[in-house]
Ligand binder design. Structure first.
Ligand code: SF4
Length: 343
Protein backbone atom coordinates (compact mmCIF):
# COMPACT_ATOMS: atom_id res chain seq x y z
CA UNK A 1 0.00 0.00 0.00
CA UNK A 2 1.23 3.49 -0.87
CA UNK A 3 1.02 6.37 1.59
CA UNK A 4 -2.08 8.45 2.13
CA UNK A 5 -3.29 10.85 -0.55
CA UNK A 6 -4.78 14.29 -0.13
CA UNK A 7 -7.34 15.68 -2.58
CA UNK A 8 -7.98 19.44 -2.55
CA UNK A 9 -11.35 20.46 -3.97
CA UNK A 10 -12.63 23.83 -2.82
CA UNK A 11 -14.70 24.77 -5.88
CA UNK A 12 -18.45 24.47 -6.30
CA UNK A 13 -20.77 21.67 -5.18
CA UNK A 14 -20.89 20.06 -8.61
CA UNK A 15 -17.09 19.98 -8.78
CA UNK A 16 -17.00 18.06 -5.51
CA UNK A 17 -19.44 15.48 -6.88
CA UNK A 18 -17.29 15.13 -9.99
CA UNK A 19 -14.20 14.62 -7.82
CA UNK A 20 -15.63 11.44 -6.26
CA UNK A 21 -14.39 9.18 -9.11
CA UNK A 22 -10.83 10.46 -8.48
CA UNK A 23 -11.25 9.84 -4.75
CA UNK A 24 -12.57 6.30 -5.37
CA UNK A 25 -9.63 5.55 -7.67
CA UNK A 26 -7.06 6.82 -5.17
CA UNK A 27 -8.71 4.81 -2.39
CA UNK A 28 -7.68 1.63 -4.20
CA UNK A 29 -4.06 2.62 -3.43
CA UNK A 30 -4.43 3.74 0.17
CA UNK A 31 -6.20 6.17 2.53
CA UNK A 32 -7.60 9.38 1.03
CA UNK A 33 -8.26 12.62 2.91
CA UNK A 34 -10.00 15.59 1.31
CA UNK A 35 -9.92 19.37 1.74
CA UNK A 36 -13.33 20.86 0.92
CA UNK A 37 -15.49 23.88 1.70
CA UNK A 38 -18.12 23.76 4.45
CA UNK A 39 -20.84 23.74 1.77
CA UNK A 40 -19.39 20.71 -0.01
CA UNK A 41 -18.32 18.63 3.01
CA UNK A 42 -21.77 17.02 3.52
CA UNK A 43 -21.55 15.55 0.00
CA UNK A 44 -18.76 13.27 1.20
CA UNK A 45 -20.61 11.94 4.27
CA UNK A 46 -20.74 8.11 4.39
CA UNK A 47 -18.29 7.91 1.48
CA UNK A 48 -16.27 4.73 2.16
CA UNK A 49 -13.34 6.05 0.09
CA UNK A 50 -12.79 9.08 2.33
CA UNK A 51 -10.80 8.70 5.55
CA UNK A 52 -10.84 12.27 6.83
CA UNK A 53 -12.42 15.54 5.71
CA UNK A 54 -10.58 18.81 6.33
CA UNK A 55 -13.09 21.64 6.10
CA UNK A 56 -11.52 24.82 4.68
CA UNK A 57 -13.77 27.86 4.79
CA UNK A 58 -11.64 29.85 2.36
CA UNK A 59 -14.21 32.63 1.91
CA UNK A 60 -15.25 32.78 5.57
CA UNK A 61 -13.50 32.12 8.83
CA UNK A 62 -10.36 30.64 7.18
CA UNK A 63 -9.87 33.61 4.88
CA UNK A 64 -6.82 34.97 6.62
CA UNK A 65 -3.19 33.86 6.31
CA UNK A 66 -3.10 32.51 9.87
CA UNK A 67 -5.92 30.02 9.20
CA UNK A 68 -4.20 28.80 6.03
CA UNK A 69 -0.95 28.33 7.93
CA UNK A 70 -2.73 26.43 10.69
CA UNK A 71 -4.37 24.10 8.17
CA UNK A 72 -1.06 23.64 6.40
CA UNK A 73 0.54 22.66 9.72
CA UNK A 74 -2.28 20.20 10.41
CA UNK A 75 -1.83 18.63 6.99
CA UNK A 76 1.93 18.44 7.51
CA UNK A 77 1.40 16.21 10.53
CA UNK A 78 -0.50 13.71 8.33
CA UNK A 79 2.61 13.20 6.14
CA UNK A 80 0.74 12.74 2.86
CA UNK A 81 2.60 10.96 0.08
CA UNK A 82 0.81 12.92 -2.64
CA UNK A 83 -1.65 15.76 -3.08
CA UNK A 84 -4.05 16.12 -6.01
CA UNK A 85 -5.10 19.68 -6.75
CA UNK A 86 -8.61 19.32 -8.15
CA UNK A 87 -8.97 23.05 -7.52
CA UNK A 88 -6.02 24.93 -8.87
CA UNK A 89 -5.66 28.28 -7.12
CA UNK A 90 -2.34 29.66 -5.92
CA UNK A 91 -3.67 29.39 -2.42
CA UNK A 92 -4.43 25.66 -2.69
CA UNK A 93 -1.00 25.09 -4.23
CA UNK A 94 0.68 27.02 -1.44
CA UNK A 95 -1.35 25.07 1.12
CA UNK A 96 0.00 21.67 0.09
CA UNK A 97 3.49 23.03 -0.58
CA UNK A 98 3.51 24.44 2.95
CA UNK A 99 2.25 21.07 4.22
CA UNK A 100 5.43 19.46 2.90
CA UNK A 101 3.63 17.04 0.55
CA UNK A 102 6.37 15.65 -1.68
CA UNK A 103 4.30 14.87 -4.77
CA UNK A 104 1.87 17.62 -5.83
CA UNK A 105 -0.22 16.98 -8.94
CA UNK A 106 -2.39 19.52 -10.74
CA UNK A 107 -3.32 20.89 -14.14
CA UNK A 108 -0.96 22.70 -16.50
CA UNK A 109 -3.51 25.53 -16.74
CA UNK A 110 -3.96 26.12 -13.01
CA UNK A 111 -2.93 29.37 -11.36
CA UNK A 112 -1.10 27.40 -8.67
CA UNK A 113 0.94 25.28 -11.10
CA UNK A 114 4.27 26.66 -9.94
CA UNK A 115 3.73 24.67 -6.74
CA UNK A 116 3.19 21.36 -8.54
CA UNK A 117 5.75 18.63 -9.03
CA UNK A 118 3.69 17.04 -11.83
CA UNK A 119 1.40 18.86 -14.26
CA UNK A 120 -1.36 17.13 -16.19
CA UNK A 121 -2.98 18.56 -19.34
CA UNK A 122 -6.41 20.08 -18.84
CA UNK A 123 -8.23 18.57 -21.80
CA UNK A 124 -10.81 20.98 -23.21
CA UNK A 125 -13.91 19.14 -24.37
CA UNK A 126 -13.43 16.23 -22.02
CA UNK A 127 -15.85 15.60 -19.16
CA UNK A 128 -14.60 17.19 -15.94
CA UNK A 129 -14.92 13.90 -14.02
CA UNK A 130 -12.49 12.43 -16.55
CA UNK A 131 -10.12 15.41 -16.40
CA UNK A 132 -9.98 15.11 -12.61
CA UNK A 133 -9.48 11.36 -12.70
CA UNK A 134 -6.54 11.82 -15.08
CA UNK A 135 -4.66 13.54 -12.26
CA UNK A 136 -4.12 10.05 -10.84
CA UNK A 137 -4.09 7.90 -13.98
CA UNK A 138 -1.01 6.84 -15.86
CA UNK A 139 -0.63 8.80 -19.14
CA UNK A 140 -2.52 7.12 -21.98
CA UNK A 141 -4.95 5.20 -19.74
CA UNK A 142 -8.56 5.78 -20.80
CA UNK A 143 -11.08 5.80 -17.94
CA UNK A 144 -14.10 3.51 -18.36
CA UNK A 145 -17.67 4.71 -17.86
CA UNK A 146 -17.74 2.87 -14.54
CA UNK A 147 -14.59 4.65 -13.37
CA UNK A 148 -16.20 8.01 -14.23
CA UNK A 149 -19.41 7.38 -12.30
CA UNK A 150 -19.73 9.93 -9.48
CA UNK A 151 -20.55 8.44 -6.11
CA UNK A 152 -22.74 9.75 -3.29
CA UNK A 153 -23.93 7.78 -0.28
CA UNK A 154 -27.23 8.87 1.23
CA UNK A 155 -27.81 6.95 4.47
CA UNK A 156 -30.79 5.91 6.55
CA UNK A 157 -31.17 9.43 7.94
CA UNK A 158 -31.56 10.83 4.41
CA UNK A 159 -34.00 8.06 3.42
CA UNK A 160 -36.13 8.73 6.51
CA UNK A 161 -36.08 12.47 5.89
CA UNK A 162 -37.23 12.05 2.28
CA UNK A 163 -39.95 9.57 3.30
CA UNK A 164 -41.27 12.05 5.87
CA UNK A 165 -41.10 14.99 3.46
CA UNK A 166 -42.99 13.17 0.72
CA UNK A 167 -45.63 11.89 3.14
CA UNK A 168 -46.12 15.42 4.44
CA UNK A 169 -47.16 16.45 0.92
CA UNK A 170 -49.65 13.60 0.56
CA UNK A 171 -47.43 11.38 -1.59
CA UNK A 172 -48.69 7.80 -1.81
CA UNK A 173 -45.95 6.13 -3.81
CA UNK A 174 -46.83 7.49 -7.25
CA UNK A 175 -44.11 8.19 -9.87
CA UNK A 176 -42.78 11.72 -10.03
CA UNK A 177 -40.58 14.00 -12.07
CA UNK A 178 -38.01 16.13 -10.20
CA UNK A 179 -37.48 19.76 -11.23
CA UNK A 180 -34.40 21.75 -10.20
CA UNK A 181 -35.08 25.33 -11.36
CA UNK A 182 -32.20 27.09 -9.60
CA UNK A 183 -28.63 28.14 -10.35
CA UNK A 184 -26.12 30.51 -8.82
CA UNK A 185 -25.94 32.30 -12.19
CA UNK A 186 -29.11 34.07 -13.31
CA UNK A 187 -28.75 33.39 -17.05
CA UNK A 188 -28.48 29.63 -16.37
CA UNK A 189 -31.99 29.54 -14.87
CA UNK A 190 -34.37 28.38 -17.59
CA UNK A 191 -37.47 30.58 -17.11
CA UNK A 192 -40.22 28.08 -18.02
CA UNK A 193 -40.26 25.54 -15.15
CA UNK A 194 -43.77 26.52 -14.02
CA UNK A 195 -45.12 26.11 -17.56
CA UNK A 196 -43.29 22.78 -17.85
CA UNK A 197 -44.79 21.55 -14.57
CA UNK A 198 -48.26 22.30 -15.95
CA UNK A 199 -47.51 20.13 -19.00
CA UNK A 200 -45.91 17.17 -17.23
CA UNK A 201 -48.27 14.27 -16.80
CA UNK A 202 -47.10 13.26 -13.29
CA UNK A 203 -46.49 14.68 -9.85
CA UNK A 204 -43.58 17.08 -9.77
CA UNK A 205 -41.10 17.43 -6.92
CA UNK A 206 -39.09 20.64 -6.65
CA UNK A 207 -35.45 20.31 -5.62
CA UNK A 208 -33.22 23.23 -4.67
CA UNK A 209 -31.75 25.45 -2.02
CA UNK A 210 -33.29 28.21 0.07
CA UNK A 211 -32.38 30.62 -2.77
CA UNK A 212 -34.79 28.75 -5.03
CA UNK A 213 -37.88 29.12 -2.81
CA UNK A 214 -39.37 31.87 -5.01
CA UNK A 215 -38.95 29.66 -8.10
CA UNK A 216 -40.67 26.82 -6.27
CA UNK A 217 -43.59 29.09 -5.37
CA UNK A 218 -44.11 29.87 -9.08
CA UNK A 219 -44.36 26.15 -9.78
CA UNK A 220 -46.73 25.64 -6.85
CA UNK A 221 -48.96 28.41 -8.18
CA UNK A 222 -49.02 26.74 -11.60
CA UNK A 223 -49.94 23.20 -10.54
CA UNK A 224 -51.17 23.38 -6.95
CA UNK A 225 -51.33 20.09 -5.05
CA UNK A 226 -49.64 18.16 -7.87
CA UNK A 227 -46.33 19.74 -6.78
CA UNK A 228 -44.23 18.75 -3.80
CA UNK A 229 -41.95 21.55 -2.67
CA UNK A 230 -38.64 20.37 -1.19
CA UNK A 231 -36.63 23.52 -2.10
CA UNK A 232 -34.58 24.62 0.88
CA UNK A 233 -35.89 21.76 3.01
CA UNK A 234 -33.40 18.96 2.34
CA UNK A 235 -29.66 18.51 2.74
CA UNK A 236 -27.57 17.79 -0.36
CA UNK A 237 -27.45 14.05 0.34
CA UNK A 238 -31.19 13.95 1.04
CA UNK A 239 -31.73 15.79 -2.25
CA UNK A 240 -29.65 13.10 -3.97
CA UNK A 241 -31.82 10.45 -2.29
CA UNK A 242 -34.95 12.25 -3.50
CA UNK A 243 -33.60 12.54 -7.06
CA UNK A 244 -32.72 8.83 -7.01
CA UNK A 245 -36.45 8.10 -6.63
CA UNK A 246 -37.53 10.32 -9.55
CA UNK A 247 -38.30 8.99 -13.02
CA UNK A 248 -36.47 11.94 -14.55
CA UNK A 249 -34.75 15.10 -13.32
CA UNK A 250 -35.05 18.34 -15.29
CA UNK A 251 -32.17 20.63 -14.33
CA UNK A 252 -30.17 23.60 -15.48
CA UNK A 253 -26.39 23.36 -15.76
CA UNK A 254 -26.04 23.24 -11.97
CA UNK A 255 -25.37 20.95 -8.99
CA UNK A 256 -28.59 18.83 -9.08
CA UNK A 257 -27.56 17.57 -12.51
CA UNK A 258 -24.45 16.06 -10.91
CA UNK A 259 -26.45 14.60 -8.03
CA UNK A 260 -28.54 12.79 -10.66
CA UNK A 261 -25.36 11.55 -12.36
CA UNK A 262 -24.30 10.05 -9.03
CA UNK A 263 -27.60 8.27 -8.39
CA UNK A 264 -28.23 7.27 -12.02
CA UNK A 265 -31.44 9.20 -12.63
CA UNK A 266 -32.10 10.06 -16.31
CA UNK A 267 -31.67 13.81 -16.74
CA UNK A 268 -32.93 16.50 -19.07
CA UNK A 269 -30.14 19.05 -18.81
CA UNK A 270 -30.97 22.55 -20.06
CA UNK A 271 -27.91 24.48 -21.16
CA UNK A 272 -28.23 28.18 -22.07
CA UNK A 273 -25.13 30.40 -22.03
CA UNK A 274 -22.89 27.41 -21.28
CA UNK A 275 -22.36 24.18 -23.23
CA UNK A 276 -21.75 20.59 -22.11
CA UNK A 277 -18.42 20.68 -23.95
CA UNK A 278 -17.09 22.64 -20.96
CA UNK A 279 -17.15 19.25 -19.24
CA UNK A 280 -20.18 19.44 -16.97
CA UNK A 281 -22.87 17.52 -18.83
CA UNK A 282 -24.96 14.72 -17.31
CA UNK A 283 -23.40 11.27 -16.86
CA UNK A 284 -26.53 9.34 -15.91
CA UNK A 285 -27.77 6.81 -18.49
CA UNK A 286 -30.62 7.96 -20.78
CA UNK A 287 -29.85 11.65 -20.29
CA UNK A 288 -30.56 14.38 -22.84
CA UNK A 289 -28.92 17.79 -23.19
CA UNK A 290 -31.02 20.64 -24.57
CA UNK A 291 -29.66 23.91 -25.91
CA UNK A 292 -30.27 26.35 -28.77
CA UNK A 293 -27.43 25.13 -30.95
CA UNK A 294 -28.06 27.61 -33.76
CA UNK A 295 -27.17 30.67 -31.70
CA UNK A 296 -23.80 32.14 -32.62
CA UNK A 297 -23.41 33.83 -29.22
CA UNK A 298 -23.31 30.49 -27.33
CA UNK A 299 -21.38 29.90 -25.17
CA UNK A 300 -20.84 33.43 -23.91
CA UNK A 301 -19.30 32.73 -20.52
CA UNK A 302 -17.59 29.91 -18.68
CA UNK A 303 -20.16 30.01 -15.85
CA UNK A 304 -23.04 32.01 -17.28
CA UNK A 305 -23.29 35.78 -16.76
CA UNK A 306 -25.81 37.33 -14.38
CA UNK A 307 -27.33 39.21 -17.37
CA UNK A 308 -27.41 38.39 -21.04
CA UNK A 309 -24.81 40.72 -22.61
CA UNK A 310 -27.01 40.98 -25.73
CA UNK A 311 -30.19 41.60 -23.74
CA UNK A 312 -32.39 39.01 -25.51
CA UNK A 313 -31.44 35.85 -23.57
CA UNK A 314 -32.57 33.73 -26.50
CA UNK A 315 -30.39 30.80 -25.40
CA UNK A 316 -32.89 30.07 -22.63
CA UNK A 317 -36.12 31.76 -23.66
CA UNK A 318 -36.30 29.81 -26.94
CA UNK A 319 -36.24 26.38 -25.30
CA UNK A 320 -39.98 25.82 -25.07
CA UNK A 321 -41.79 24.06 -22.22
CA UNK A 322 -43.61 21.90 -24.81
CA UNK A 323 -40.33 20.60 -26.17
CA UNK A 324 -38.94 19.85 -22.71
CA UNK A 325 -42.20 18.13 -21.71
CA UNK A 326 -41.95 15.93 -24.83
CA UNK A 327 -38.41 14.94 -23.87
CA UNK A 328 -39.53 14.15 -20.31
CA UNK A 329 -42.32 12.04 -21.75
CA UNK A 330 -39.86 10.13 -23.95
CA UNK A 331 -37.54 9.47 -21.00
CA UNK A 332 -40.33 8.15 -18.81
CA UNK A 333 -41.32 5.64 -21.50
CA UNK A 334 -38.37 3.22 -21.39
CA UNK A 335 -39.01 1.73 -24.84
CA UNK A 336 -39.27 5.10 -26.59
CA UNK A 337 -36.42 6.36 -28.76
CA UNK A 338 -34.53 9.18 -27.10
CA UNK A 339 -34.93 12.58 -28.75
CA UNK A 340 -31.93 14.37 -30.24
CA UNK A 341 -29.86 16.37 -27.83
CA UNK A 342 -30.09 19.68 -29.70
CA UNK A 343 -33.14 21.85 -29.44
S1 SF4 B 1 -25.24 36.26 -25.16
FE1 SF4 B 1 -26.24 34.50 -26.07
S2 SF4 B 1 -25.46 32.76 -24.88
FE2 SF4 B 1 -25.05 34.62 -23.66
S3 SF4 B 1 -26.80 34.85 -22.29
FE3 SF4 B 1 -27.22 36.04 -24.15
S4 SF4 B 1 -28.39 34.66 -25.49
FE4 SF4 B 1 -27.37 33.43 -23.92
Amino acid sequence: MEGASLVVQTSFLGDTVLTTPLIAHLAERGPVDVVVTPASAPLLANNPSVREIHVYDKRGRDRGLVSSLLLSARLRRRRYAAAYLAQGSMRSGALVFGAGVRQRVGFTTSAGRRFYTRRVDYLEGEHHASRLLRLALEPGVEPSAEMLRPRLFPGQAERDKVDAMLRQWGWKGESFVALAPGSVWATKKWPHYAALAALVNARVVIVGSTEDVYLASEILRAVGARAIDCAGRLSLLASAELISRAQVLVSNDSAPLHLASAVGTPTVAIFGPTVPEFGFGPLAPRSVVLGVTTLGCRPCDRHGPQRCPLGHWRCMREITPRHVADVVQALTAPSARLPTSAH
